[in-house]
Design a protein around this ligand. Structure first.
Ligand code: NDP
Length: 450
């Protein structure tokens, strides 16, 4: 069918130099072929052509003063992609690699992810090319305030509710919330991932990582397998990686790796979670410091990774959890994983696997949970935070965790039954993309041409 190529050509022509966005679009469009062929209404209403265009893109300048009193200038983004299912929702990323293409790929993925949660949330993403590494607490506050001094006019509890992502955790959400409150004179649930002391939800911090592991558990259970006693590899060492490791321990698995952008740790006895949290959440140090406290563990700097491979995926494992960043896992990495007997991959990061890697995972028929399904627990729990804010109540840890587990189970069942409906029962990429798309597309048709 020509439409994938046509739409991609159109995107490349009209939105140049947005490679990550083309990649995300290609994966989704490829999956939608059987649906589009079977149901002409989507072509008739030009849903594909409409869904690849954001409803609104806000690009802005962020000026701030660093500790030396010098003026710094960064780029700010908020891409409100699709509101058919509810207020825009999606995280903010602060990282030097951020550009319009990265935010667009994340926002596009977010549409389908949010749809899969079965909650009423539309898709968006935002952020800045600001690099938080090495910045003082005062500089982080100054930047967050400057960023919000423009963003505040575009968001609101019923219009657009941002959350965290890479480089944006509870501290940054706090500074942004403070500025929003001052400028708007409103105390409302306009951001999620807030501190537990003033409107946050229990389990929100843990939710993405916990959800990724629940997703793996449900995929494996369907094949009569479990994570108990199994060796697992995890990449990244931020919020998602840390809570993936934590939940793996809860389920009796043995996570043996973690990584950052400088290198990886292989700790054969199991990653020391308390040490990792201390390093990353309290001391905010590099992972290379880990081996000082755990001399038996091995640190491999990125310069020593063998050509074209991520060293995390060279380690023999039963299951792998990519939790760092986009395109961290390529075709060679999949080959290494499969050669070493890995039977389950559940993605914590957004689009961590290249398109070729995704194709091989699907072909291999191992349990493969694509990010937009497997990491949806974070945004789902954000929506639970919005529900609690709106009703001025708060639920217990156990209550929210149970809701999260149920949501992850429903997402798995939705993706797997949809995959089966289209004749490829093990292809959760197909299942998640079609299930996520169908709900949004039907809502767009029912809401008319707006
Ligand atoms: P954090 O900022 O907390 O952590 C990111 C981690 O990934 C850091 O350890 C970082 O290392 C590492 N990393 C970044 N780039 C690389 C790289 N090239 N190679 C190896 N490690 C790298 O972010 P999160 O944990 O929140 O996010 C991680 C992923 O999960 C992202 O893809 C994000 O979009 C996705 N996600 C996050 C959600 C959330 O709720 N937070 C929800 C759904 C998805 P370093 O410190 O060196 O940069």
């Amino acid at each position: 069918m020509p439409y994938v190529k046509e739409v991609l050509d159109y995107l490349k022509r009209t939105s140049p130099a947005q490679n990550e966005f083309y990649q995300a679009a290609e994966e989704v469009l490829e999956s939608l072929r059987p649906l589009i062929l079977q149901y002409p209404k989507y072509a008739k209403h030009k849903i594909i052509e409409r869904i690849v265009e954001p409803e609104r893109q806000i690009l802005f300048r962020v000026n701030w003063l660093d500790d030396k009193g010098e003026i710094q200038v960064n780029k700010g983004y908020r891409i409100e992609f699709n509101s058919a299912l509810g207020p825009y929702k999606g995280g903010l990323r602060f990282h030097p690699s951020v550009n319009a293409g990265v935010i667009k790929f994340l926002g596009f993925e977010q549409i389908f992810k949010n749809s899969l949660t079965a909650l009423q949330i539309g898709g968006a993403k935002g952020g800045s090319d600001f690099d938080p590494k090495g910045k003082s607490d005062n500089e982080i506050m100054k930047f967050c305030q400057a960023f919000m001094s423009e963003l505040f006019r575009h968001i609101g509890a019923n219009t657009d509710v941002p959350a965290g992502d890479i480089g944006v955790g509870a501290r940054e959400i706090g500074y942004m919330f403070g500025m929003y409150k001052k400028l708007s004179n409103r105390y409302e649930g306009v951001l999620t991932g807030k501190s537990l002391k003033w409107g946050g939800s229990l389990v929100r911090t843990e939710a993405t990582g916990y959800g990724v592991v629940y997703f793996a558990k449900y995929m494996l259970e369907d094949r009569g397998e479990s994570l108990e006693g199994k060796k697992c590899v995890v990449s990244g060492s931020g919020n998602v990686a840390i809570h993936t490791i934590e939940k793996l321990y809860h389920l009796g698995a043995l996570p043996v790796t973690c990584s950052d952008s400088n290198g990886m740790i292989y700790d054969e006895e199991g990653v020391d979670l308390e040490l990792l949290k201390e390093l990353k959440e309290v001391r905010r140090e590099r992972l290379s410091e880990y081996v000082k406290a755990r001399p038996n563990a091995k640190y491999t700097p990125i310069e020593e990774y063998s050509h074209g491979c991520n060293a995390v995926y060279n380690i023999q494992c039963f299951a792998a959890f990519p939790c760092a960043t986009q395109n961290e896992l390529n075709l060679n990495d999949v080959k290494n994983l499969l050669k070493n007997g890995c039977v389950c991959v559940s993605e914590g990061a957004n689009m961590p696997s290249t398109l070729e890697a995704v194709h091989l995972f699907v072909e291999s028929k191992i349990c493969y949970g694509p990010g937009k399904a497997a990491n949806a627990g974070g945004v789902a729990t954000s929506q639970l935070e919005m529900q609690q804010n709106a009703s001025m109540t708060s639920w217990s840890f156990e209550e929210v965790d149970a809701k999260l587990a149920q949501i992850m189970k429903n997402i798995y069942l939705n993706a797997s039954t949809t995959a089966a409906e289209f004749g490829e029962p093990t292809n959760l990429v197909l299942g998640a993309n079609i299930a996520g798309f169908r709900k949004v597309a039907d809502a767009m048709i029912e809401q008319g041409l707006v």
